[in-house]
Write a protein that binds this ligand. Structure first.
Ligand code: SRM
Ligand code: SF4
Length: 566
């Protein structure tokens, strides 16, 4: 039986796997040491997720290998844990080297501010994790049914509040880590826990959470972390430059399945306000409530958003307050008006510079036109500051001094990146998930289908005089929503090979979901469908009206009236 399936009313198969795993050990160590296969068992591959590792196979090669009577080309994907996306130059240089020596030769920046290494053969996994450990990087809880990589605005130097929020995000990530020593034993050869006190998971218990759990911290007016797509979100409330506390939002999530109305994307609801020193207690209470009340039978219904939908927001808030031991204060006024990364050079409050570089789909590689991987390596070798990953799959070169800035500019120019940030407003606001060839769940291409689609849409926008208008477009290879497509003004979601559902009308700032507009379109049909809408937008938009708001005001209601009229 597939690990996602379960018989009615019985706990999902994953629950039994977790329960019998001896706190995430399973038989991973033995299977990883077996050179007769590049894979591991289904049960252990569920457990390695908690260690930041996914077993994948190269889907481009599947057919040919099958024809030759050979098995799949297995390899592992490793996701680093990197709260707030902050990474030292030394850590970056290590990942850059590991990608070349033991991975696919590229680095992938994710939509949750971290790195993924793809294509790590089984025998290379342990050396990779050990090398990461030497620069104080780990992948604990980067995947699995626990609190995942915690997001926070990527430039702590921007203000004292940003620094405080980053520190809180980091300590929140540490506080919510699993306590098992399984990772250290399996990958870092730490001695097995034997005798003495039995090991416990004080927060998670032996079966961890029913499903993944995601937390983000935002500093308004920027919603760069896409706060409302998270299970738990903290929006900083600032008074006279001082952090007073956070509005708390719960129950966001993107994932859904095509044709299953019981699954849906949902925005988090704001339930109140907490003081900075209440954040961790509150977060632990939310996680514990979800641990105890989340659905452990049906994994497609197991995220916090469904617990809240089923039991009600008031019930959930009361349950959280009971566990936290305090009441939330009423939410404070708070508005999000921005979401995009601040591309280019900017001065920090401390006088240093940061430069945000646009990275299409977060893929760091060298091509004939652009040597992005070389550029970032050379920059990491000379920069005095560090590197920051943004929630939009971009990278910020941070802490740059006046003395080093010219050299960094020189590297960017030499590596073909001088005009990287001078691209269309559409391009600078795109996200695409990985999809094929590595993602086992992809129904269609995403990262690889985006560039030709973008070029065609850019031609339409140029024609309408909209080249510099910021319009968000997010593409995924399936409805799981890894690039948060339901919060894009133009959402493109894979349905089948070369077929996508088109969603329109989200608010640019990430505070309103879009709606399904057209089904099963090829990329060319998407362009043909969007062209008249873009033309109308250019001619008919109200002053300052964004593309998503225009679609929400005109295009979507008209379509609904048309459908109602038969
Ligand atoms: Fe995701 C599963 C990639 C962010 C919702 N996601 C996957 C897997 C691991 C496929 C799998 O389970 O076998 C993908 C690996 C592809 C590959 O080859 O690398 C994958 N997800 C990604 C990344 C790398 C996309 C990217 O291009 O950046 C992002 C890694 C984030 C990170 O660093 O932790 C990524 N995934 C997201 C997000 C966005 C976010 O968290 O802000 C979402 C939507 C938000 C949410 O969770 O609701 C997301 N991923 C999913 C889901 C659907 C979950 C659900 O509730 O239904 C799955 C499938 C699952 O869990 O069963 C999934
Ligand atoms: Fe894979 Fe679907 Fe996530 Fe894209 S959205 S990475 S296809 S799971």
């Amino acid at each position: 039986m597939n690990a996602e399936q379960s018989s009615p009313k019985s706990l999902s198969v994953n629950e039994a796997i977790k329960d019998s795993s001896r706190l995430l050990r399973g038989t991973i160590a033995g299977e990883m040491a077996d050179p007769s296969t590049g894979a591991i068992s289904e049960a252990n591959s569920q457990l390695t997720k908690f260690h930041g590792l996914y077993l994948q196979d190269d889907r481009d090669l599947r057919l040919e290998l099958r024809k030759q009577g050979k098995g799949k080309a297995f390899a592992f994907m490793l996701r680093v844990r990197l709260p707030g996306g902050c990474c030292t130059n030394r850590q970056y240089l290590m990942l850059d080297r590991l990608a070349d020596e033991r991975g696919s030769g590229t680095l992938r920046l994710t939509t949750r501010q971290t790195f993924q290494l793809h294509g790590i053969l089984k025998g290379n996994v342990k050396p990779v994790i050990q090398a990461m450990h030497t620069v104080l990087l780990d992948s604990i809880g980067a995947c699995g049914d626990v609190n995942r990589n915690v997001m926070a605005p990527p430039n702590p130097e921007q203000s004292l509040v940003h620094q405080q929020v980053y520190e809180l995000a980091r300590s929140f990530s540490e506080a919510m880590l699993p306590r098992t020593r399984a990772y250290h034993e399996i990958w870092l050869d730490e001695q097995l826990v034997a005798g003495g006190e039995p090991e416990v998971e004080p927060l998670y218990g032996a079966t961890y959470l029913p499903r993944k759990f995601k937390t983000a911290f935002a500093v308004p007016p920027s919603n760069d972390v896409d706060l409302f797509s998270n299970d738990l979100g903290f929006s900083a409330i600032v008074d006279n430059g001082r952090l007073t506390g956070f509005n708390v939002a719960v129950g966001g999530g993107m994932g859904m399945s095509h044709g299953n109305a019981e699954t849906f994307p949902r925005l988090a609801d704001v339930i109140g306000f907490v003081l900075p020193d209440q954040v961790t207690t509150l977060g632990a209470a939310v996680i514990a409530a979800q641990r105890d009340y989340g659905d452990r039978v049906n994994r497609k219904h197991a995220r916090l958003k469904y617990t809240i939908e089923d039991r009600g927001l008031d019930w959930f808030k009361a349950e959280v307050e009971r566990r936290a031991g305090f009441h939330l204060q009423p939410a404070r006024p708070c508005e999000f008006t921005e979401i995009a990364d601040r591309y280019g050079w900017h001065r920090n409050a401390d006088g240093s510079w940061f430069f945000v570089l646009f990275v299409l789909s977060g893929r760091i590689r060298d091509t004939a036109q652009q040597q992005m991987k070389t550029a970032l390596r050379e920059i990491a070798q000379i920069n005095d500051g560090d590197l920051r990953l943004t929630p939009s799959q971009n990278i910020s070169i941070s802490g740059v001094t006046d003395a080093t800035k010219p050299a960094i500019e020189g590297i960017l120019a030499r590596c073909g990146l001088a005009t990287q940030n001078r691209q269309s407003g559409l391009r600078l606001n795109t996200l695409a998930c990985v999809a094929l060839p590595t993602c086992g769940l992809a129904l269609a291409e995403s990262e690889r289908a985006l560039p030709p689609l973008l070029e065609k849409l850019e031609a339409v926008l140029d024609d309408c005089g909209l080249r510099h208008d910021a319009i968000s477009l997010r593409m995924t290879g399936c409805p799981n929503g890894c690039a948060r497509p339901y919060l894009a003004e133009i959402g493109i979601v894979g349905k089948a090979p070369n077929k996508y559902h088109l969603y329109l009308g989200a608010r640019y700032e990430g505070t309103r979901l879009n709606q399904l507009y057209a089904e099963s379109l090829t990329p060319d049909e998407i362009v043909a469908t969007l062209t008249p809408i873009i033309r109308r937008y250019a001619l008919e938009r109200a002053a300052g009206e964004r593309f998503g708001d225009f679609c929400h005001r005109t295009v979507l209601p008209e379509r609904q009236r048309g459908a109602a009229g038969g």
